[in-house]
Design a protein around this ligand. Structure first.
Ligand code: RAM
Length: 360
């Protein structure tokens, strides 16, 4: 096993030199190193569920986008948990949800800074993989949260809910509102977003059920988690498809912008809108009759679970293998599922009857 100092030198090299150079300079990585220090093969190591929770760690959070209220809530939840566990929290990240190169360089920065663990919401599953693998080779534990990369590029994925449930229930919510009839569209986030793309696949699959035979998905539009672009895309959808009956927007930025557009237009209450939004963003559109029902999980809880997973990995209590269990503080016990996925739980459906009970 390598010494910590060599590991740190290599971590620094990886971040300041080109990747190829860094890999050459630290090219002595053996199978044993990978086994002991994490990496795609981290799961080969053994978890010690009784290991003490390490303190004094540094955990870096890298959201898709820093100026997005959803990630502000999620990362606040992460920060609170990291501090409670006696470690240091830091957050870095791009301001645009389509700055994939920016996300890659933030991963390299965290690697250079030798954090003990990082929690990343991936803008693009493929683009981040090499940088995340390099982080893991340097002994850093990598958790994805909210939006995954691929299983070999991280130790675990903290998922907001079952992707299948989310995709199918959004179609069900909209179908009920439009009486199972008419043209529908999806207003998504970035075209490369792993989470939205996975949900959309399940939406399309759900729509194959004969009960939706009179519903037709006419377009998937992308607002890039940008308020203005999402607003314009909604406007464009209604110009292109004047008979549109409903929109599903599985992004907090998209659904808010679509609601804003519909609420000020002749389509208010006529074109139905559902998807994933925060109760605080959507309250006024539920109250003014633009939106009937939509769903979400508590982003702060997602951030908390990501932080607790990162610390459990860095403490050796888990390695990311299916079947391992750990206690996430007051959130209780979680079991790692297939492909290193940890599920937060079930989302909540919000409507006029319950929205005032939520404040996030
Ligand atoms: C946006 C982001 C995020 C997604 C939520 C629902 O804030 O795209 O990744 O999980 O919406």
């Amino acid at each position: 096993m390598r010494t910590a100092s060599l590991r740190r030198t290599c971590a620094a090299l990886a971040a300041v030199t080109s990747l190829a150079l860094a890999v050459t300079a630290c090219g002595g990585t053996t199978k044993e190193d990978v086994k002991n220090e994490g990496g795609a093969a981290a799961s080969a190591g053994k978890a010690d569920p009784d290991a003490a929770t390490k303190k004094g760690l540094t955990v870096g959070f890298l959201p898709k986008q820093v100026n997005n209220p959803y990630f502000t809530s999620a990362d606040k939840g992460g920060e609170k948990a990291v501090k409670e566990l006696g470690s240091t929290f830091k957050e870095v990240g791009p301001t645009s949800a389509t700055d994939t190169a920016g996300q890659v360089s933030y991963v390299n920065t965290l690697t250079q800074q030798q954090v003990d663990a990082m929690a990343v919401s991936a803008q693009d599953p493929g683009a981040l993989c090499t940088a995340l693998k390099q982080a893991m080779k340097n002994g850093i534990k990598v958790v994805t949260y909210d939006s995954d990369t691929t299983p070999g590029c991280r130790n675990a994925f903290v998922s907001q809910a079952s992707a299948e449930d989310l995709g199918r229930t959004e179609v069900q919510l909209l179908a009920e509102q439009i009486g199972y009839k008419g043209e529908i569209a999806i207003l998504s986030a970035a075209q490369t977003a792993t989470n939205q793309n996975t949900w959309i696949e399940f939406m399309k699959d759900e729509l194959k059920d004969p009960k939706y035979k009179d519903m037709k998905l006419v377009k998937v539009a992308y607002g890039n988690d940008d308020a203005q672009q999402s607003f314009q895309q909604t406007q464009g959808l209604l110009q292109e498809y004047p008979d549109l009956k409903g929109i599903i927007s599985p992004t907090t930025v998209g659904i808010k912008a679509a609601a804003q557009y519909l609420s000020g237009s002749k389509y208010k209450g006529k074109v139905k809108l559902t998807g994933l939004g925060t109760p605080n963003d959507m309250r006024k559109y539920v109250k003014n009759g633009t939106v009937e029902a939509f769903e979400l999980w508590d982003p702060a809880k997602l951030g908390e679970l990501a932080a607790r997973t990162a610390v459990a990995l860095a403490s050796g209590q888990i390695t990311g293998q299916e079947g391992e269990t750990f206690t996430a503080g007051a959130m209780g016990e979680y079991t790692i599922g297939k492909d290193g996925v940890i599920n937060l739980g079930k989302p909540t459906v919000f409507n006029a009857g319950n929205i005032d009970q939520f404040d996030f």
